[in-house]
Structures are given as structure tokens and as C-alpha cells.
Design a protein around this ligand. Structure first.
Ligand SMILES: Nc1ncnc2c1ncn2[C@@H]1O[C@H](COP(=O)(O)OP(=O)(O)OP(=O)(O)O)[C@@H](O)[C@H]1O
Length: 333
């Protein structure tokens, strides 16, 4: 079994803030009498993540994903509980720890706007004390994987969003970290750029064994990349396991499309556990879209030939986007 690189026990983060009352008078009064509020962003999180895992951290807006990533990467100090990443306490932000992790926030650029990626790389070289030859070799390898060689000398502000994200990844990874924290890395990108970023991340995880923790609202990111998903809601763990199991838990049905050679004679009373979602009936061929409980599939397949000549059967798990919508709407697992 690979070593755990991340472990948290009863990890908790409370934000304390002053509530601002609307209106000028209330604002002035607020200078003297302030209403202090506490918001629990992460309640009591127990996690263990092993070397080489690619984990998706899922949850609706405000569930506590970014707060969790920030505590794991040392950007925020937990209110209570323990967190260990690569044997370090992240909030101490020791050089030995920072040297082995990288953080990429899709919503916030880590690059200097007015200088080129090559200039940012020079800064990184100095910050992490990277030998020149080693840096050049890593940049070569990453630039090829990301296909951005011709972007390196352009000021960052002149790059498109997709090009900039590739450069963010390159700069974040030149010190060859063991753990990469990614917060919404494909947000706002077009389909082609999303695919390029995903392909790169999959290769990074497979070839270098980099442990990657990703948050994303894009279910395709998660479905393509993450073998394991962790679902949080109100800062609490709701599910920790693999994605197909999550799909089965949230949508325990199969979708079955039946195509008939001619008009089908579908009985009003369908077999138990079978529900008609949509029907497209015509004398030259009809299609039935059915939602079927797993144990009812056999019953349906036995009954369907009695309704007409079946020419095609397509069986699918629930649509992953549909599952994600259910997750984000708070149906939970
Ligand atoms: N600095 C802060 N002060 C007060 N409350 C905060 C602060 N930062 C976050 N919160 C609150 O903590 C909760 C968790 O926020 P967090 O950003 O971790 O959620 P998230 O799951 O990343 O959401 P999203 O998907 O929208 O990015 C939210 O209710 C948010 O309003």
C-alpha cells in the first residue's frame, strides 16, 4: 500500500467576521458596536490520501472545498483538528514543505501579469534554488506536454485564458512537486483547452506519480481524471469512494433505450421497477426511453419482445451531469 501523503483528523475551520448592517448610520454605529459572527466552513473532516492518487473534491457552492484545499496547502490555519501533508504541518509553511507542493487556483492567477512566463520561471528558479540544467530539462518536458513552447516569451496579459492556464501549470510544476492542489483549473476554458489541460494532468499523474487533489464543478474533469471522489457538504464528508459507486448511490437506476422495427405495443402497466421516460412511436420504428431499477432489467428484457420486434437495446448508467446536478442540489449520497 502506498504511503499516506495527506491525513486529517477532525479538521475544522471557522471564519469569524463582522456582520455589516446596511445603511450609513448602521455602518457608523458598527464602528463602535460590531456584531461578530462565526461561520463553520469545514466541520470535522477525516481524510487519508495516498501517494499517486487523483482525488476529486466535490460539493455545491460554499460546501467548504476551497477552504479544505487552503488548509491542506497551508494557505489557511485550521481552527482545530490536525492535518499532515508529506509529514508536515502545512500552516507552518516551512520551505521543505512548500518545495514539495504546488497550488493552482483557476480563479486567481499566480503569474505576474506584465512579464512573460520565462521571466516568472527565472523567479521560481531563484525561489526554489533549482539547478539551471534541471530546470531547463523540466521546462522542456512540461512545455512539450502542454504544447506551449511558443507562448513562453509573451507577456502573460496578452495570453488567452486557456494559454494562461497552461503557463500557470508549467510555472507551478517546475520544482517537481509531489502533491498538486488544483482549484477549478478548467473554469472558463473552451472545450479544446479543457481537453488539453485534462490530458496534461492525466499524464502528470500517470508518469510522475504526482498526487493530485482537484476541485471542479465540471463533471467531465472529475469523470475523466479522478479515480476517487470525496463529496463534502456544509463542511462535512458525505461520500468517499469511487465515482461509479457514487453514481449508483445517487441514481440507482439504469437508462435503457429500446428501438423497435415498427410501432411498439407497450402495455399501460409496465413491469415493476420500470418507468417510461420518453416514447417516440411511429409505424416505421419506435424508441422507448426507460428508467429501470437494476434488479428489474431482466424483467424488462424478458417482456420487451412481446411489445414488438426489438432491433436495438442500449443500456447506460445515469448521466454523470445529472448525478452532479443532484449532488450540487444537495441530494447527497
Ligand atoms: N474569508 C471568509 N470569511 C467568512 N466566510 C467565508 C470566508 N471564506 C469562505 N467563507 C464561507 O465559508 C463557506 C465555505 O466556503 P468555500 O469557499 O470553502 O466553499 P467552496 O466549496 O469552495 O465553494 P465554491 O464552490 O463556491 O468555490 C462558505 O459559506 C463561504 O461563504
Amino acid at each position: 500500500m502506498p504511503q499516506p501523503v495527506i491525513s486529517t483528523r477532525a479538521l475544522r475551520k471557522e471564519y469569524r467576521y463582522h456582520r455589516q448592517q446596511p445603511g450609513l448610520l448602521a455602518a457608523v454605529r458598527g464602528l463602535v458596536h460590531r456584531t461578530r459572527e462565526t461561520r463553520v466552513a469545514v466541520e470535522s473532516l477525516d481524510l487519508t490520501i495516498h501517494e499517486g492518487e487523483f482525488v476529486g473534491l466535490l460539493g455545491r457552492n460554499g460546501a467548504g472545498k476551497t477552504t479544505t484545499l487552503k488548509m491542506l496547502s497551508g494557505l489557511l490555519r485550521p481552527t482545530s483538528g490536525t492535518v499532515s501533508v508529506l509529514g508536515h504541518e502545512p500552516a507552518r509553511r516551512r520551505y521543505d514543505f512548500l518545495r514539495r507542493i504546488a497550488v493552482v487556483l483557476g480563479q486567481k492567477s499566480m503569474l505576474w501579469w506584465d512579464v512573460s512566463t520565462s521571466d516568472s520561471l527565472r523567479l521560481h528558479q531563484a525561489m526554489y534554488d533549482l539547478p539551471r540544467t534541471r530546470l531547463d530539462a523540466t521546462v522542456d518536458e512540461l512545455a512539450d506536454l502542454l504544447q506551449l513552447r511558443d507562448l513562453l516569451d509573451i507577456p502573460v496579459r496578452k495570453l488567452s485564458l486557456g494559454e494562461r492556464m497552461k503557463c500557470e501549470l508549467l510555472v507551478a510544476l517546475v520544482h517537481e512537486p509531489d502533491v498538486l492542489f488544483l482549484d477549478e483549473p478548467t473554469i472558463g476554458l473552451d472545450v479544446v483547452s479543457k481537453a488539453a489541460v485534462r490530458e496534461f494532468l492525466a499524464a502528470l499523474n500517470a508518469t510522475r506519480g504526482t498526487t493530485i487533489i482537484l476541485t471542479s464543478h465540471d463533471m467531465d474533469d472529475v469523470a475523466e481524471l479522478c479515480r476517487r471522489v470525496i463529496l463534502v457538504d456544509h463542511g462535512r464528508l458525505q461520500y468517499d469512494g469511487d465515482l461509479p459507486d457514487l453514481v449508483r448511490t445517487i441514481r440507482p437506476h439504469k437508462r435503457v433505450m429500446l428501438t423497435f422495427a415498427a410501432s411498439a405495443h407497450v402495455p399501460a402497466l409496465l413491469p415493476p421497477g420500470v418507468r417510461l421516460v420518453d416514447a417516440d412511436d411511429s409505424p416505421t420504428g419506435s424508441r422507448l426511453d426507460l428508467e429501470v431499477e437494476r434488479e428489474a432489467a431482466q424483467r424488462l428484457l424478458a417482456a420487451a419482445p412481446g411489445w414488438g420486434e426489438v432491433v436495438d437495446i442500449e443500456v447506460r448508467d445515469a448521466d454523470i451531469d445529472d448525478v452532479m446536478r443532484a449532488v450540487l442540489a444537495g441530494e447527497g449520497a
